[in-house]
Design a protein around this ligand. Structure first.
Ligand code: MAN
Length: 552
């Protein structure tokens, strides 16, 4: 009877060993049949219950040996009571080594590894609690970042609204000023027409036209003279003196006199050279220049040849206006009667508009002569228009910038769905490592600054969040990595670049910098922006808002 009592705990122990290494979701399947048999989990074989966990692999799927490591590639489950259960591969079961992830020592034969789950569990719990504390504090700070983004949105909405209103006003102002400028300019055109009726101007134009015509005729004559001299040269050198044709001889002699050439029959005799004989290409050059005495203001032939074209290309209208201003230079003290000079700039455009309208009316009615705005008035109204247009453009630019900024705030690829990163835009984190101070200005640029002097290298500008294709934009891991690239090119190497790895922390700090490969740097740091709230109100896709508030 006593042996039966002794057997009971052994049987219980045996049953316990049969489920050694079995994961909790399969435990219900490790029960013997009434006839003490057991069917492999893949249903391929029925074996004796005694063959389960007997250190000999019987089932094709290895399911009969969950706790011995006898079958390859089986998961072994450590219960780790007092801590967290975990799986290890069967290859590490009963290998004589105590696995850290199997703190209960169940992977080894009894007595090999102690059960340290209580201590491990407590240390783990403490660590988790500390992390939770950090996350809780961080999440509070993060919520202020989100609030900042909303404030920023409001501000930008305001900027967009007010600049839109100002744009509408300014557009009207631009069209009003354009109207004034165009009217002033068209009045100036009428004034110019009037000025062009001046006898002096008409005479100047007539002189110019006459000179141009003279120049044209002169050129024609030069051409003709050249042709004639060629004919006469040919006659002179080609005629036959033996024919005694007096008319030809007379023509040759006459030409030789005009051109200053020796008589052709004397060429070759005595000392008359070919050159002197005028046997040359350009006989026209041989034409005798008459040395006239020129008056002081007369142009020489050379001046006529070189400078006449420039003179005839003069801008006569500009000359007319200059002349007009010259003869009309304002008398001293005229500012006294210039009403515009007493008016503040703000009402000047209205005054000018009124004055122009009145002037036009008076001219139309014949009350006053066509006195028109001066070129100064015209350029002033043009200037006022340009200033207004510039103002309009800067308003439009301001609105555009605000719209772009607004788009980025709640953008998962920009400052996050909740805008939690907006606050950190431009925040610079620094740390000293070796001979350098490393700096990263978030969403800006990363730098390597030598402590003992020398050039600062750009390590790249912000390019993107985690670009890995297996990371979904908006997920936590997406925001745990930032890429900065296109920094200063490395000597014989790539452009410097940085991978910034971030995790939740109560402060924005840079913790470490390592140069993993030449000119490829890895920064690590913490930020409250990554401390998502503990209550899990935020969906995995990051689309649920923090603290139950509905954003957007
Ligand atoms: C500088 C620094 C280093 C880098 C070398 C490469 O000294 O930027 O980090 O490795 O240049 O030449």
């Amino acid at each position: 009877m006593l042996w039966l009592l002794l057997l009971l705990p052994l049987r219980t122990l045996g049953a316990f060993e049969k489920t050694l290494g079995v994961s909790p979701d399969l435990i219900s399947k490790y029960v013997p049949s009434k006839s003490n048999t057991w069917t492999c989990l893949d249903g391929s074989k029925t074996i004796s219950w005694d063959d389960v966990n007997d250190d000999s692999c019987d089932c094709a799927d290895g399911s009969d040996e969950p706790g011995t490591g006898a079958c390859p590639n089986q998961p072994f489950y450590c219960k780790n009571e007092g801590h967290i259960g975990s799986f290890i591969p069967s290859s590490r079961v009963r290998d004589g080594l105590c696995e850290t992830s199997c703190c209960d020592g169940s992977d080894e034969r009894p007595g090999v590894c102690g059960n340290v789950c209580q201590e491990v569990g407590q240390a783990y719990k403490k660590k988790v609690e500390e992390e939770m504390k950090i996350r809780k504090t961080g999440a509070k700070i993060r919520s202020t970042y989100i609030a900042y983004a909303h404030k920023e949105k409001k501000r930008l909405d305001g900027v967009i609204e007010s600049s839109a209103a100002e744009i509408a006003i300014q557009e009207k102002e631009v069209s009003r000023l354009r109207d004034i400028a165009e009217r002033a300019e068209s009045l100036s055109a009428a004034a110019l027409e009037l000025k062009q009726q001046s006898p002096l101007y008409i005479s100047l134009i007539t002189h110019s036209n006459a000179l141009k015509s003279l120049q044209r005729e002169h050129k024609k004559h030069l051409e003709r003279e050249k042709e004639l001299s060629n004919i006469l040269d040919a006659l002179r050198t080609g005629y036959n003196p033996n024919y005694q044709d007096m008319a030809v001889l007379e023509a040759v002699r006459g030409w030789e006199e005009i051109a200053g050439l020796p008589h052709i029959n004397d060429v070759g005799k005595d000392s008359v050279s070919d050159e002197e004989a005028g046997v040359q290409e350009d006989t026209s050059s041989a034409v005798v220049e008459t040395n006239e005495e020129l008056d002081d203001e007369m142009w020489s032939a050379e001046e006529l040849d070189k400078d006449l074209d420039d003179l005839l290309n003069s801008d006569y209208v500009s000359l007319l206006l200059e002349h007009d201003e010259y003869v009309q230079s304002p008398p001293e003290g005229s500012v006294l009667f210039n009403l515009a000079s007493y008016l503040p700039d703000s009402i000047l455009p209205q005054y000018e508009e009124f004055r122009d309208a009145l002037t036009t009316w008076l001219v139309t009615l014949g009350v006053i002569k066509g006195e028109t705005p001066s070129s100064t008035d015209t350029s002033r109204s043009r200037q006022a228009l340009t200033d207004a247009e510039n103002n309009l453009n800067s308003l439009k630019k301001e609105k555009q910038t605000a719209e772009n900024d607004l788009k980025e705030i709640f953008n998962i690829h920009g400052y996050g769905y909740e805008g939690e990163w907006k606050k950190l835009d431009g925040t610079c984190l620094r740390t000293d490592v070796g001979d350098y101070t490393y700096e990263v200005c978030l969403f800006g640029e990363a730098k390597q600054i030598p402590k003992k002097g020398g050039s600062t290298f750009s390590l790249g500008k912000f390019a993107s969040w985690n670009p890995s294709t297996d990371v979904k934009p908006g997920d936590e891991s997406y925001y745990q990595k930032q890429i900065y690239n296109r920094g200063t090119r490395c000597w014989n190497g790539p452009e410097r670049n940085v991978v910034l790895l971030l995790s939740c922390g109560t402060e924005n700090v840079l913790n470490s910098v390592v140069e993993l490969e030449k000119c490829e740097y890895q920064f690590t740091g913490t930020t409250p922006a990554l401390c998502r709230p503990l209550d899990g109100s935020e969906g995995k896709d990051g689309k649920k808002s923090y603290g139950g508030k509905d954003e957007l």
